[in-house]
Design a protein around this ligand. Structure first.
Ligand code: AKG
Length: 359
């Protein structure tokens, strides 16, 4: 289900699916334009809960809308809860702009590096240095068949045996054949997830502790521990073991799902938003329960623990237009020449890092 819009017939009729469709990106073709430029269909955002304005109005006069409370907890920023949804916490603007940039860069450069797995593993095997290769306009080339050797890998349609080449090298190569190469920038655009710490096997929907892995980076661990604190029992500390990084481009969505692979649902999932604004849907224990819609901006953190872990949730939409993406501060912060490559990516993308305990 990750990064896909595929649903079975039954789920087409559920309240969750109807709300997904309400917010999903659809295009209207503008018949007045000679080129028939596709325009995003306008979407009614009037029912979307906006924790940024809730936070601002709370700071001004202590007012909160019906159904929303501020957690009575000593934390360096307000943590909001929904009265009807125990275990759900929203921390608006939890990350500073510097932290957001740091995690955007890590998500693009180091998180997709082996032994971490990505959605590309199945077809291309482990790919090294994807982001830098895209920056340098490199091309992934399937290695040539070697006469007299077992070429079972090379004749396979997959690219498990590959190397990076410059586009010039490819142009001048006799065998420079488009079918056997793919540009790093296309692969970067098609990057949908990477996994950190304990590796997750999507085909089996379970953690595979035998897969080689590195520990989650210490700095990410420390950040998750700090942010998870409001959802932890007194005296307990969150001990992250695994993280999934989701990459969204324009038109991508994350269909309604439960995160049910972890053994202990009392512990939170710490979910960080980076880049373009998105709509997050928080449903009930059945897909037939109508979900609440809320905005997720760069720097926001959501915690889901306990009962909230049993609720269907998903991301039907990200906004990449200037008015709705709300990434002005990121654009300013990433305006140095060295950072332009990150800016180019994040201008039309969203990254979500969600950090979990496996046991
Ligand atoms: O992208 C998000 O904010 C939600 C991610 C999510 O639900 C998940 O990875 O399970």
């Amino acid at each position: 289900m990750y990064g896909s819009d595929s649903v079975n017939d039954d789920s087409e009729r559920t309240a969750f699916r109807k709300t997904e469709k309400k917010y999903k990106l659809y295009y209207d073709s503008n018949s007045k334009s000679s080129k028939k430029k596709k325009q995003p269909r306008p979407v009614d955002l009037s029912e979307v809960i906006d924790f940024k304005s809730i936070s601002e109005s709370f700071a001004r006069n202590g007012d909160l809308p019906t159904g929303v409370s501020k957690l009575d907890y000593h934390f360096d920023r307000p943590v909001f809860c929904l009265d009807d949804c125990p275990g759900f916490y929203f921390i608006p603007a939890a990350l500073s702009i510097e932290e957001q940039c740091r995690w955007i860069k890590e998500s693009l450069v180091s998180f997709p590096r082996p032994p971490n797995r990505t959605n590309h593993n199945a077809h291309y095997g482990a790919i090294h240095d994807l982001f830098n290769a895209a920056k340098d306009r490199q091309v992934l080339v399937k290695e040539a068949i070697i006469p007299g050797e077992d070429n079972s890998i090379a004749v396979d349609v997959s690219f498990h045996n590959h190397r990076w080449a410059s586009s010039e090298e490819l142009d001048s190569s006799v065998n420079g054949n488009n079918c056997n190469s793919i540009s790093a920038s296309v692969l970067l655009r098609k990057l949908r997830w990477s996994t950190l710490g304990l590796q997750f096997d999507w085909s089996k929907r379970s953690y595979n502790i035998s897969l080689p892995h590195n520990k989650i980076p210490d700095a990410l661990c420390e950040l998750a521990k700090k942010m998870a604190a409001p959802a932890m029992a007194v005296g307990e500390e969150f001990q992250p073991e695994a993280a999934i990084v989701n990459y969204f481009g324009s038109g991508d969505m994350l269909g309604g799902h439960l995160d049910d692979m972890e053994a202990d649902w009392s512990k939170p999932i710490v979910s960080m938003s980076l880049g373009c604004k998105a709509i997050f849907l928080l449903g009930g224990k059945s897909r037939n329960d109508e979900p609440l819609a809320m905005s997720l901006r760069s720097g926001d953190i959501v915690l889901m623990s306990g009962e909230a872990r049993e609720r269907f949730h998903g991301v039907p939409r990200i906004f990449t237009d200037t008015e709705n993406a709300e990434i002005g501060s990121l654009e300013k912060q990433l305006s140095d020449e060295d950072d332009i490559c990150y800016l180019e990516y994040i201008k039309t993308s969203r990254i979500n890092i969600n950090i979990r305990l496996q046991k």
